[in-house]
Design a protein around this ligand. Structure first.
Ligand code: NAD
Length: 505
């Protein structure tokens, strides 16, 4: 995305939202936002500087004392209202996602649904935040615990889920009594302002939810500000590591979710038709731009040939085109730069000696004006190839053939990422062994994208997550609150009745 001096006319501008209202960014830096299906510039986005971030943090810090003391039922009511407003504007939000990100409308709508489920979970905050109580832990002594908000929280989010990933964060942060600053991806920033407007309409007081647009300058200003108590990050692994190190060195709570390379293991007894369906959806859906996308097929024993027999015809009939047409299965990639990077991995795989079975660079769709690439399939890749080791984040599936189940487990466990994985088999014992011994945070059994529902929590292992806690669910409630335990003894009071004698020591 190119950056340029502030433009005055002719194009929609995506700015900040601070203290309950739109706020013009003071910086002169702006970036372009593209319609990824047409390649046309559809907006420009502010690149906030330190003083914009300072303004947002001051608003969030100012709103915290009052919001954190607002009765929990009132905070829950804002979430109930938000839920109905998102349902009202769902189609509009999906179009916003599709225009800037490119994913097909039905997929965009599905991502709103998954985010909305976190809002629904947050509606139950009075129950979720309850503490514990013991009476008479000593004579006349009681102990109780409560969870209190941590203060100003920040969320830094990636381009691939402009609606859902912010919703993994702000509903629980706000419902637990914190104030929040969202720094969305500069590649598809418009949804962030929609959240701000809907939250204001839902009755959220000014300053509780703020948006600063921008890039690493805004992120670093957030991470280095001592008024920020906690940072949630979702994005690529190098940036996740940077965010984790900087925020934790500055004494903040931090959960930083990073990249992935998700393996789908196919045993010879699997239902090959179902495995192939799963691979097409999880490998090429959203053009492979999902952190839970399947990018590696591990074909065990003699499963490769029967699997390919089912898989290739399904790849052949994939419908690719603008995300605005719900008949399509797959849309464009996010930017021309990213499309070229993904295509360069196809060159790399060929040079490394993987067998190129389907070549997305040759697909008719690459002649369209947007950032399109066809589906790609490599076979006979090996564990030392870059196409296997690195996150490509595009519609590229890479197959590795192994002889045994144990080799498959070893392969997955040796990989630096540990976000998600799946096994397809009819054998319960193999599935159980796999689930128990695999070193990955989210595991699917005959389920290709095992994204936990809102009342569980989402998070990978190894270099897919930095920090101690996963995101949303009860892990989210704990992340956004700190525990206080009170031990109290009350001396005898008025219960004995009035005392009419002269008080003495
Ligand atoms: P990214 O890391 O480039 O950007 C994420 C956020 O960090 C953006 O808001 C961006 O502005 C900011 N940022 C970028 N460079 C920075 C820097 N040097 N210093 C500080 N901040 C910086 O990620 P992306 O390209 O937007 O998203 C794709 C990545 O996100 C993939 O790696 C994908 O696997 C990952 N992802 C992970 C999950 C998960 O749950 N683990 C979910 C979605 C996406």
């Amino acid at each position: 995305m190119g950056q340029k001096a502030k433009q005055v006319k002719g194009i929609r501008r995506v700015d900040n939202w601070i203290n309950g209202e739109p706020s013009e960014c003071s910086s002169d830096r702006y970036g372009d936002v593209f319609d990824s299906a047409t390649g046309e510039r559809c907006a420009e986005v502010a690149m906030s500087n330190e003083s914009d971030v300072d303004k947002a943090i001051a608003a969030a810090a100012g709103a915290f004392p009052s919001w954190s003391r607002t009765p929990v039922l009132r905070r829950a009511q804002v979430m109930f209202k938000l839920k109905s407003l998102v349902e009202r504007d769902r189609a509009e939000i999906a179009e916003l996602i599709t225009q800037e990100h490119g994913k097909v409308l039905h997929d965009a709508d599905g991502s709103i649904q998954r985010g909305l489920e976190v809002v629904e979970f947050a509606c139950g905050i009075p129950h979720l935040i309850k503490g514990e109580f013991n009476d008479q832990v000593g004579t006349g002594v009681d102990t109780y615990s409560m969870r209190q908000p941590v203060g100003v929280c920040a969320g830094i989010t990636p381009f691939n889920f402009p609606a859902m990933v912010p919703m993994w964060m702000f509903p629980l942060a706000i419902a637990t009594g914190n104030t929040f600053i969202l720094k969305p991806s500069e590649k598809d920033p418009s949804c962030s302002l929609k959240w701000a407007e809907l939250l204001a309409e839902a009755g959220l007081p000014p300053g509780v939810f703020n948006v600063v647009q921008g890039d690493h300058i805004a992120v670093n200003a957030i991470l280095n500000d001592e008024r920020v108590a906690a940072a949630s990050f979702v994005g690529s692994t190098p940036v996740a590591e940077h965010v984790y190190k900087t925020a934790s060195a500055n004494g903040k709570r931090v959960q930083a979710l990073g990249g992935a390379k998700n393996h789908l293991v196919v045993l010879p007894d699997a239902d090959m038709d179902k495995a192939a369906d799963a691979l097409v959806g999880a490998g090429y859906g959203s053009a492979g731009e999902r952190c839970m996308a399947i990018s590696v097929i591990v074909a065990v024993g003699d499963s490769a040939e029967p699997l390919l027999e089912k898989l290739l015809p399904k790849i052949d009939v994939l419908k690719i085109g603008t995300g605005m047409d719900n008949n399509n299965d797959m849309g464009p990639l996010i930017t021309a730069e990213h499309r070229d990077k993904v295509a360069s991995y196809i060159d790399i795989g060929e040079q490394e000696g993987a067998q190129l079975v389907v070549d997305g660079r040759m697909h008719d769709v690459t002649n369209l004006p947007g950032y399109f690439l066809g589906p790609t399939l490599f076979d006979y890749a090996t564990h030392d190839m870059r196409v296997y080791k690195e996150e490509i984040f595009g519609p590229v599936l890479t197959m590795i053939r192994v002889d045994t189940f144990d080799e498959a487990i070893q392969l997955v466990n040796d990989h630096e990422y540990g976000n998600g994985t799946s096994i397809f088999t009819r054998d319960g014992d193999a599935a159980r062994e796999f689930s128990n011994n695999i070193e990955v945070g989210m595991v699917g059994v005959n389920v290709p994208i095992p994204v936990p529902l809102a009342f569980h929590s989402f998070g990978g292992w190894k270099r897919s997550l930095f920090g101690d806690m996963s995101i949303y669910g009860m892990e989210g409630v704990r992340f956004y609150t700190r525990l206080k335990t009170v031990t109290s003894r009350w001396p005898t009071g008025i219960r004995k009745g009035a005392d009419f004698s002269m008080p003495t020591m």
